[in-house]
Design a protein around this ligand. Structure first.
Ligand code: ADP
Length: 266
């Protein structure tokens, strides 16, 4: 709480006194702290690949380029790190557009089963590579909903790519759709993967929060997938939650209004 005192003198009408202004700064301070943390995270996330690129180009320059084995391997590392930076910057731009409510939602009537089948098709190659079975479970009453197809595709892609990353070969990923008691569409992505420790569950939707930084970085994650998903779902007027059990699996569920309720920005 910040208190500011301003003296007032109005001799002509015989008033002197003080105005006290009470200002709640805790919210402001919290916001400022999270902004600082965000900038520190972004800098760190960009610095790591840049440092790798620098040392590998130096190694190439000092002779590795002529080496038939090392040369292509080092170029490969540089390519991977560059791609990681592109993914990160793309995700950051997306988040900043969502934050500033710049991107308008283009809601259209969408067939839910068709949408989930399209997601399944997009990932079928990667699923086959890991021998992961995919299932779609549609509960009675689910047909169409008014939603921004690009936005919800992005949410589903982020959730499925997490499920794929953190599920060992031979597992199962299930996409589900149901209608909740209060008449919302509920979509879920469930996997039989490694799960998330209880202590991490509260922070999992935070920007750059990762259970195991080194490992998820190696799997190509930016640490922004779930926060982007949450922003898009919130822009639709829905909510998202995650349940998980170690060594058993994870299920992420999000709700969306069935009809257009006037939400206008992603
Ligand atoms: P990332 O790009 O690193 O996957 P996300 O924001 O999508 O970032 O996820 C944050 C973290 O949550 C991940 O780094 C991972 O530790 C954990 N996580 C997300 N989804 C799953 C899942 N289905 N199974 C296990 N861990 C998960």
């Amino acid at each position: 709480m910040r208190v500011t005192f301003t003296p007032i003198h109005r001799r002509e009408i015989g008033i002197t006194g003080t105005i006290a202004v009470l200002q709640d700064v805790t919210e402001q301070e919290k916001l400022e702290a999270s902004r600082r943390e965000f900038v520190a995270n972004v800098s760190h996330e960009l610095r790591t690949p840049l440092t790798t690129i620098k040392s590998y180009t130096e190694a190439l320059e000092s002779g590795a380029l002529e080496d038939k084995q090392m040369g292509p391997r080092f170029v490969g590392v540089i390519q991977n790190e560059t791609e990681r930076m592109i993914r990160l910057v793309t995700d950051l731009l997306h988040l900043s557009r969502l934050d500033s409510k710049e991107a308008a939602l283009h809601k259209e009537p969408t067939d839910i089963l068709e949408m989930l089948e399209d997601v399944e098709d997009r990932f079928s190659f990667q699923m086959k590579q890991k021998r992961i079975r995919t299932l779609i479970e549609i509960k009675p009453g689910v047909s169409t909903a008014m939603l921004d197809r690009d936005g919800i595709d992005q949410v589903l892609d982020n959730l499925i790519s997490n499920a794929l990353k953190y599920t060992p070969d031979g597992g199962t990923i299930t996409m589900g759709a149901a209608i909740t008691e209060d008449g919302m569409l509920s979509l879920s992505v469930k996997d039989t993967g490694m799960g998330i420790p209880k202590k991490d569950l509260d922070r999992i939707f935070e920007r750059f929060y990762r259970v195991d930084k080194a490992r998820t970085r190696n799997l190509g994650g930016t640490g922004l997938g779930l926060s982007i998903a949450r922003e898009i779902v919130r822009a639709h007027g829905g909510s998202i939650s995650l349940q998980s059990e170690l060594e058993k699996g994870t299920v992420v569920t999000f709700t969306l209004p069935l009809k257009d309720e006037g939400g206008s920005a992603t």
